[in-house]
Design a protein around this ligand. Structure first.
Ligand SMILES: C[S@@+](CC[C@H](N)C(=O)[O-])C[C@H]1O[C@@H](n2cnc3c(N)ncnc32)[C@H](O)[C@@H]1O
Ligand code: SF4
Ligand code: SF4
Length: 324
């Protein structure tokens, strides 16, 4: 009790600093790579913020790194057909090398050492230049990261190239995986087995989407195998994701305010530089949540549109929107 008595006033007194550390954590954590749905920021923050001292320590460490998180959608092509994936109805394209190189070259010297996640709405390992891209991130002085669907893992190369890697796995049940569109679960699990033979599981984050399937067995398996982290993401609720959800997905759309005059709005991502997302065409976006880029020309223009009360389709239904 005495401990709580000291801790609580301390936490309250240091709240502005805490918020600052929290922002830093969110800004730099490799889990940013996993932030496909807006809710995950809160899930992630909750995991990191306890205990308070650990948060301070990690915060200090990350502030020393002092950099933005960058995510590059190197392809929208995929060999899976996940029912919740916005990428399946996008143009199926690879980013070209020149666009990729210009983005990475543009990071320095402005951002000295960044985490660069090679991942968007496609399977990164399908890009013919995937390995060249990961190596280019490293030789440019940054840290490569990616999330893979596990269907085609080159274990030795992943271990040598990526300090940490994300692998998506929604279930241990083959028929559920097939129903979701994550094919050949047996092969994915075998690939993961081979990966953990050459790379410590602590370097691997397992990424799962919670679609209401039983998650208990998967949770226990992830714990028992010693994976570094298990990120369970809720289904993204923004309109540009949800419009692709078929009847197989149980999902309640977020209710929109029914007002003819929209209030001026903003969000943390256009207010300050928290991350950058680059579409396969090379378009720079302030966050990784925009799947419909209609009406978005640049980050300053998006900020002005929101301030005028004009919400483009790519921001519609986003829980990050706040009154200005
Ligand atoms: C878009 S995928 C791309 C990387 C790779 N193809 C894969 O599936 O791991 C990145 C992560 O986003 C998740 N994801 C995709 N669509 C989602 C949605 N509508 N809601 C929540 N998470 C989603 C995937 O499950 C995966 O863990
Ligand atoms: S594996 Fe990844 S990119 Fe492919 S369909 Fe599934 S979520 Fe989308
Ligand atoms: S409101 Fe738009 S820019 Fe802001 S986080 Fe949501 S999708 Fe991204």
């Amino acid at each position: 009790m005495r401990f709580v008595g000291y801790l609580l006033p301390g936490v309250l007194a240091l709240w502005p600093i805490e918020k600052w550390y929290l922002d830093c954590l969110l800004r730099h954590s490799e889990l940013y790579a996993a932030c496909i749905s807006e809710e995950i920021f809160f899930t992630t923050a909750g995991q990191f913020c306890n205990p308070f001292l650990a948060q301070i320590a990690v915060g200090v460490f990350l502030v020393q790194l002092g950099n933005l998180f960058h995510q590059i959608e190197i392809t929208t092509r995929c060999n899976f057909s996940c029912s919740y994936c916005a990428g399946r109805s996008m143009d199926q394209q690879d980013m070209d090398w020149e666009t990729f190189k210009a983005i990475v070259d543009g990071l320095s010297p402005q951002h000295q050492h960044c985490t660069v996640s090679l991942q968007g709405e496609g399977e990164p390992s399908l890009h013919p230049l995937f390995w060249c891209m990961a190596d280019y991130v490293t030789t440019s002085g940054h840290t490569p990261y990616s999330i893979l669907n596990g269907s085609r893992l080159d274990a030795a190369r992943i271990a040598a190239t990526f300090p940490r890697i994300g692998i998506s796995l929604d279930t241990l049940d083959a028929s559920t995986a097939e129903r979701i569109g994550r094919h050949n679960l047996t092969k994915v699990l075998r690939n993961l087995e081979e990966l953990t033979a050459v790379m410590s599981p602590s370097r691997i984050t397992v990424m799962s989407v919670d679609m209401g399937q039983p998650l208990g067995p998967l949770r226990a398996w992830v714990r028992q195998r010693g994976f570094g982290r298990h990120v369970i993401q809720p289904l993204a609720r923004k309109d540009d994701y949800a419009r692709h959800y078929g009847t197989a997905i149980r999902f309640t759309p977020r209710r929109q305010p029914e007002s003819a005059v929209r209030p001026s709005s903003t969000c943390r991502f256009v207010q300050s530089d928290l991350m950058r997302f680059y579409t396969w065409k090379g378009q720079e976006l302030p966050c990784c949540f925009i799947k419909d880029t209609t009406g978005i020309e640049s980050i300053p223009q998006l900020k002005q549109s929101l301030a005028r009360g004009e919400v483009p389709p790519g921001c519609s239904g986003c829980s990050e929107l706040r009154p200005l």
